[in-house]
Design a protein around this ligand. Structure first.
Ligand code: CDP
Length: 231
């Protein structure tokens, strides 16, 4: 019996997808790919260039032209990887509050999604990958061997994001974060193209009552029971 070659993790903001994805990929020796960084990179560059976020044509053109790359970490400053946008290191910039506030509207645009998900699919189909996002099990890699949908209450997710920001020495306001999470969930799950939802064959996990170690153990147990297609 072989381990699944393509694993997807979807779920709402701050549900623990990145933590699980990174640790699972490391345990399996797989590539970890967080698709959120691509939407964030487009959003950051759009803000830098002072494009109107409401200008769908301009934002779509940017997504089609911007070269986004994820590379092994060049600095030991807590980053898991480098994110490059046209060669520029934007690893920390894409985590800024103004990106949080604008990334969901950018992610609504069909042309943006088409440009980014084509790149994600190409990377995913090479296999030995844990790919994380909102629409990976439903749209980007529907043929994945194992699909996880990770949930947690908005309050718990806001608490985690708050602690993450404080841990990085940044200013954080719990109520503001909670409002932002509700807003992003609302936009992400009601958009016409590739809305946030669990694939019908995804395994649902509620991380409210499970810590990061327990979630990882649970998914590792699943990995060992899934058979690769054709075996
Ligand atoms: O880290 P967090 O869960 O807060 O967000 P993220 O995974 O970095 O994704 C940021 C935003 O990008 C999401 O709120 C979505 O609007 C968008 N996104 C998406 O539409 N599709 C994906 N596959 C990944 C992210």
């Amino acid at each position: 019996m072989g381990v699944p070659r393509i694993i997807t993790i979807d779920g709402p903001a701050a549900s623990g997808k990145s933590t699980l994805g990174a640790r699972l990929a490391q345990a399996l020796g797989y590539l970890y790919f967080d698709t959120g960084v691509m939407y964030r990179a487009v959003t950051w560059v759009a803000l830098q260039r002072q494009l109107e976020i409401a200008d769908e044509a301009a934002i779509t053109r940017l997504a089609e032209q911007l070269a986004i790359d994820v590379q092994p970490p060049s600095h030991a400053d807590g980053r898991a990887y480098d994110v490059l946008a046209d060669g520029q290191d934007v690893t920390w910039e894409i985590r800024r509050p103004e990106v949080d506030a604008n990334v969901s509207p950018v992610s609504v645009y069909a042309g943006v999604r088409a440009a980014l998900s084509a790149q994600q699919r190409r990377i995913g189909l090479r296999g030995n990958v844990v790919m994380v996002g909102r629409d990976i099990g439903t749209v980007v890699l529907p043929e994945a061997d194992l699909k996880i949908y990770l949930e947690a209450s908005a309050e718990e997710r806001a608490r985690r994001r708050y602690l993450e920001l404080i841990g990085r020495g940044e200013a954080a306001d719990y109520d503001h974060i909670l409002t932002g999470i509700h807003r992003r969930d609302q936009i992400d799950s009601t958009r016409a193209v590739a809305p946030l939802r669990a694939a019908s064959d995804a395994i649902l996990l509620d991380s409210d009552k499970l810590d990061a170690d327990q979630v990882l153990q649970y998914v590792q147990a699943l990995v060992n029971t899934v058979q690769e297609p054709g075996e």
